[in-house]
Design a protein around this ligand. Structure first.
Ligand code: N01
Length: 547
């Protein structure tokens, strides 16, 4: 890239949106609605983001799809029929393509193109975005809608490249290959949400399945089945009312069941009744109104452990599959009606890596401390460099060449989960310290993109070239995050991708705002209503003076 381009005073477009998943598609549409010229870049060959890449067998949404959807356009809500309460990957990707086509944003996106760097020039107030094909594009506003779970974790096991059989990652399941697991000896490493969904499907066709489990996880029943016509009618009657309601909730969702009684108002019998009631309603984590209290959480955790244990026939496997070492919610819990029963099949075997760790991978299979397990296929369900990972993977520099990776060397810092001090007009939806992965990501995508474009239109209306949060605001937000995380049982001391513990060497920091969706939404709009007291405005630049 020439310095000439970096000093360009003429942007190629107003807005660049990176990523074409839930947030990216909406951002592209929103920019155009605001009268801004927009371009998009997407690494995949189609829209979908996480729903494009994670096409592994069994991939599906584990929150209700009719909530995990767009509400900005009532006609879209009315035009789409979900086949299932929790739709599968393929259906969600089709939905996103349907929305992108309907909003006519596809023509603005360059697919199969990875953004490798973004550089801010203080002199011009412009961002230069470079892509994998060597091109540079200059814009005024940059929206990195790259998702929280889009940077696969590199396998940290010795000998990964030595395996002679086929290896697949759930996080980038091949779309151009008909993966044939029929009659194969398949090893699956990882028992998070992806492993829990994939293992029962793999077991339907493979001759032998070996599940390599490092940490047991909570698995509770999931919702599923055809849509309730009353729910569909209510959604379609007034989609905008639903949109407003979702923003008033704690998680951006409308759970079908929440226990009405308080844990401490009940005796042992009452608690057991409430737990069973919630279990039957498939919402056991919400068994009590005050389910967040450590004592209530302990009762919920113990109840789930018992239910899990009794579903697995082999006593050793049942003991291993139950998460004794962390409270419910310490790690991201899983949902499935079929996962635990899969271990009752004669050709499925659990390998507990706590007892017999993997030593290395060899051409023939996997060597543990106890044995060599010959395999034809290895499926890595080993997760992501989550939340901060997709931003860290790009080379981003802000005012005076400050590098994002230096600013984030001890963990991500930002304000309101979307902007970073010294990176003006750079917007990071779905990133760290927003409700992100612990809220409904579709509700959040709409909320954050709305807020981002409210900021942009405020700048446009006030003739200001840009803004970024003050350092004090970031420090305040960091403290707010910690304050809420400390209240959540197990949040800080359980190893999880919420706090970066899953990636060797990643700084440990709890990266999800746990104050709830409504509180987050209100905090964002309090800033807007007071003309952004937590931000600094950038001075007029050459570009602004020229225009
Ligand atoms: O990844 P994970 P995921 N040796 O990090 C293990 C979303 N999602 O892809 O826990 C051995 O949860 C690791 O073990 P441990 C959802 O938010 C949503 O499953 O680190 N094992 C763990 O068991 C989810 O949380 C849906 O000890 C190793 C597993 O691999 C997020 O995506 C569906 C290992 C990784 O689990 C990520 O889920 C699917 C090693 N070296 C996913 N390295 C929906 O339904 C890692 N592991 C919406």
């Amino acid at each position: 890239m020439s310095s000439e381009l970096e000093n360009s005073t003429a942007p190629d477009c107003d807005v660049i949106v990176v990523g074409a998943g839930f947030a990216g598609i909406y951002a592209l549409w929103k920019a155009r609605q605001c009268g801004l010229d927009v371009r998009g870049f997407e690494r995949g060959s189609d829209v979908g983001g996480t729903w494009y890449w994670n096409a592994y067998p069994g991939a599906r949404c584990d929150v209700a799809s009719y909530n995990y959807a767009y509400f900005f356009d009532s006609e879209i809500v009315r035009a789409w029929d979900w086949s299932d309460v929790c739709a599968g990957q393929n259906e969600i990707q089709r939905y996103l393509r349907f929305v992108a086509e309907r909003c006519d944003v596809l023509g603005s996106v360059t697919f199969d193109t990875t953004v490798v760097s973004a550089t801010y020039a203080k002199e011009t107030g412009l961002w230069t975005v470079r892509t994998s094909n060597g091109e540079s594009t200059v814009c005024r506003y940059l929206v990195l809608a790259v998702g929280a779970l889009s940077e696969p974790k590199a396998p940290d096991i010795e000998g990964v490249d030595d395996f002679a059989g086929k290896a697949y990652f759930t996080s980038s399941w091949p779309r151009d290959e008909d993966v044939d697991l029929k009659g194969k000896r398949v090893g699956v490493i990882g028992t998070g949400s992806s492993g829990v969904q994939a293992i029962p499907e793999i077991a339907k066709v493979a001759s032998d399945v070996f599940v390599f489990q490092r940490t047991a996880n909570y698995v509770t029943p999931t919702s599923g089945g055809p849509m309730d016509p009353d729910i569909v009618a209510a959604l379609r009657a007034d989609p905008q009312a639903v949109r407003s309601e979702l923003r008033e909730t704690f998680g951006g969702n409308q759970p079908l069941y929440v226990g009405e009684e308080r844990f401490h108002d009940l005796d042992e019998t009452g608690r057991e009744r409430a737990l069973w009631q919630a279990w039957d309603a498939r919402e056991v984590p919400l068994a009590f109104r005050d389910a967040h209290l450590p004592e209530a959480n302990a009762a919920i955790s113990e109840f789930i452990r018992k239910r899990m244990h009794e579903q697995v026939e082999d006593p050793w496997t049942a003991d291993q599959i139950v998460p004794w070492d962390h409270p419910y919610g310490g790690k991201r819990p899983c949902m499935s009606d079929v996962y635990l029963q899969t271990y009752n099949l004669p050709h499925v075997r659990l390998i507990s890596l706590k007892e017999t760790p993997i030593e290395r991978i060899i051409p023939e299979g996997i060597v543990t401390s106890a044995e060599t397990i010959p395999l034809d296929v290895i499926v890595y369900a080993t997760g992501f460099d989550a939340i901060s990972g997709p931003v860290r993977a790009m080379n981003i520099t802000g005012i005076d060449g400050v590098a994002m990776n230096d600013v984030w060397q001890n963990g991500p810092v930002n304000y309101m989960g979307t902007m970073v001090h010294r990176f003006p007009n750079l917007f990071l939806p779905s990133s760290a310290m927003s409700p992100s992965v612990l809220s409904n990501m579709a509700t959040l995508a709409e909320q954050q993109i709305d807020f981002i474009f409210d900021k942009i239109m405020w700048l446009e209306a006030n003739g200001r070239p840009g803004l970024h949060p003050s350092e004090e605001s970031q420090i305040h937000w960091q403290k707010e995050n910690l304050r809420f995380a400390e209240r959540i049982p197990g949040a800080l001391d359980t190893d999880s991708w919420y706090n970066g513990a899953n990636v060797p060497g990643k700084p440990r920091q709890y990266m999800v705002y746990r104050g709830g969706f409504k509180r987050y939404h209100d905090a964002c709009y309090a800033e807007l209503e007071s003309d952004f007291p937590g931000y600094e405005l950038v001075r007029k630049t050459e570009a602004n003076r020229a225009s």
